[in-house]
Structures are given as structure tokens and as C-alpha cells.
Design a protein around this ligand. Structure first.
Ligand code: CUA
Length: 309
């Protein structure tokens, strides 16, 4: 029997518990049904002299109600069990370290906030929450770390997130868990969990290409964002100062929070979530900016302070 890898993230134990409970429960149902099938088919086989009227007594109305209610209760229990677990782990801690992950056929790229990059590996500190903002350049991939019990699709044209807090140092497998072409099985990587000091030293030693924020600041002007989004601009475009984390009312009546995923989507698909009171005049930057550049812009936008005068 293949044992699962040792649990190495904060949420892993509760996933394991949920899995175990479901396996035991399903196993019980399977055994119960199989046993009844076998017992009944022997007892009421052709030519047997068993009293067939006793079956009618067995399936009285009370029995029907009881087992229907029990099954419904079981289903409700699993719904509660899974959704409570899901909600508990849905939101990342606010102080989570952010890493941008880019998937392409057939490799994983990671960019840290400092601008440090790595290919096929991801170094993270022990005991600290890390949140991944993930994009794909081509097809759907899936970021799967068995030891963390976490898996998240990485989809072209949108940003998905995943977060974890590692509980053990070491190196853990990273797989692509969505068939993505001939090289799918080679789309591997490793998550290297280091203690805080070792991670700081590792990050320090990376040949930085300048921080993401600096790259974003330069690009904000070079790519032409500033010419419309500058508060002094003649073009009617939203003022982006202090945008990060704020609720944004949209033209279709929805209100969204301007998190990193929203900012990224707004650059790549500006027509999708148009801000209330503005015309959909922003050009679409997908294909014009690569993922690193978009990550830089988002990092820069997050630093913009609100100007209350
Ligand atoms: Cu990427 Cu499978």
C-alpha cells in the first residue's frame, strides 16, 4: 500500500482527518450494501422456501423514513464538515508572504517580492504563511503539493491563489496535476522549506533583478498607465492611489475587493470588471505585458498610498 507523504503544512492534518472519516463512512456503506445483497440473494434464491411476505414487513413505512432520514443526515454532516473546513482555510492571513507563480508548458516559475526568481523550485520560510498568486501562459495546469495536501488549478487569463503555512523543513514534491500536453509528466518541481534565518540568507544571496516594486514603478510610466491613471490626466480613468484592499463598485452593480487578483485581472482583461462611472476604454494588456511585468505593476499598485490631501 502506498502511504501518503508526511503532512507538512498547517491544514494537512484536518484534510487527512476528513479523508479518513469519508473512507471509513463509505467503506461502511459499501460493506452494508454488499452484505445485504449477498444475504438476500442466498435467502430468496429461486426455489428457496423462505417466506417472501416477511420482506413486506421489513420495509415498513417507518423503516423507509428512518433510512432516508439517516442518509440525508449523513449527507448534511459531510456538507457541514467539508464546508466548515473549506471556509476555515479559505482566506490567507493578511501578513502572508506573497509569491507570484507562473506556469507554462512545462515548467514552474516563481518570483518573490524582492524580485528573486527561481525555476522549478520554490523556497519558502518555515512557520510563516505564504500565498501564491498563480497564472498560466498557455493551458490549464495544476499546482499540487501532496505533502501540504493542497492542489489548485492554474488557468490562463485569470489569477488563482493558494496559501499554506509549512510545518516542517525539507524538500517536498511539486507536481502538475492537470494534463497539459506531452511534457505534463515532466512538469515537476520542489518546494524547499527553510527555517526563517536560512530563508532570509537564501533570499539575500539571490541575484536580484531589482525588486518587483521598482520594476512596476518604471513600467507604470513606460507602458502608458500613468498617462490615463494620473489624477491630473485629462482622460477619465480611476485614480489608483490607495486602491489596494478597497471595495470597488462595478458598473454592473457588484462590489469587489481590489486584491492582487483583481488588479491583475483588470490589467489583462479590463472589460471584465469595469468600475462604476467609467467607460470601458482601457486597452487590453494581455499579450503586451509578460507575467513578470504584470506582477511588478500589481506590486507597485499595492504600495500607492491614498492621497487624502
Ligand atoms: Cu502542467 Cu500538467
Amino acid at each position: 500500500m502506498i502511504a501518503p507523504p508526511d503532512a507538512a503544512s498547517v491544514s494537512a492534518d484536518s484534510f487527512d482527518l476528513m479523508f479518513l472519516v469519508m473512507v471509513v463512512f463509505s467503506g461502511f456503506i459499501v460493506l452494508l450494501v454488499a452484505t445485504l445483497v449477498i444475504v438476500f440473494s442466498i435467502r430468496f434464491r429461486s426455489g428457496s422456501r423462505a417466506n417472501r411476505h416477511e420482506v413486506r414487513r421489513l420495509v415498513s413505512r417507518e423503516v423507509e423514513i428512518a433510512w432516508t432520514a439517516a442518509t440525508a443526515f449523513g449527507a448534511m454532516f459531510f456538507f457541514w464538515f467539508a464546508s466548515a473546513h473549506f471556509l476555515r482555510h479559505a482566506a490567507a492571513p493578511v501578513d502572508a508572504m506573497e509569491v507570484h507563480v507562473e506556469a507554462k508548458q512545462w515548467m514552474w516559475k516563481a518570483t518573490h517580492e524582492s524580485g528573486a526568481r527561481e525555476l522549478g523550485s520554490l523556497h519558502v520560510p518555515l512557520g510563516r504563511a505564504t500565498i501564491l498568486y498563480m497564472n498560466s501562459q498557455d493551458v490549464i495546469h495544476s499546482f499540487f503539493v501532496p505533502a501540504f495536501r493542497l492542489k489548485q488549478d492554474v488557468v490562463p487569463g485569470m489569477t488563482t491563489t493558494m496559501w499554506f503555512t509549512p510545518t516542517r523543513t525539507g524538500s517536498f514534491h511539486l507536481f502538475c496535476a492537470e494534463y497539459c500536453g506531452t511534457g505534463h509528466s515532466t512538469m515537476l518541481g520542489e518546494i524547499v522549506v527553510m527555517d526563517e534565518a536560512a530563508f532570509a540568507a537564501w533570499l539575500e544571496a539571490r541575484p536580484g533583478s531589482g525588486s518587483l516594486v521598482d520594476a512596476g514603478r518604471v513600467l507604470f510610466t513606460e507602458a502608458g498607465c500613468a498617462s490615463c491613471h494620473d489624477p491630473a490626466s485629462a482622460v477619465h480613468a480611476p485614480d489608483l492611489r490607495g486602491i489596494y484592499g478597497r471595495p470597488v463598485p462595478l458598473a454592473d452593480g457588484r462590489i469587489v475587493t481590489a486584491d492582487a487578483a483583481y488588479l491583475q485581472d483588470s490589467i489583462l482583461q479590463p472589460d471584465r470588471d469595469v468600475v462604476a462611472g467609467f467607460d470601458p476604454i482601457m486597452p487590453n494588456f494581455s499579450g503586451l505585458l509578460d507575467e513578470d511585468e504584470v506582477a511588478g505593476l500589481v506590486a507597485w499598485l499595492r504600495t500607492l498610498e491614498r492621497d487624502d490631501g
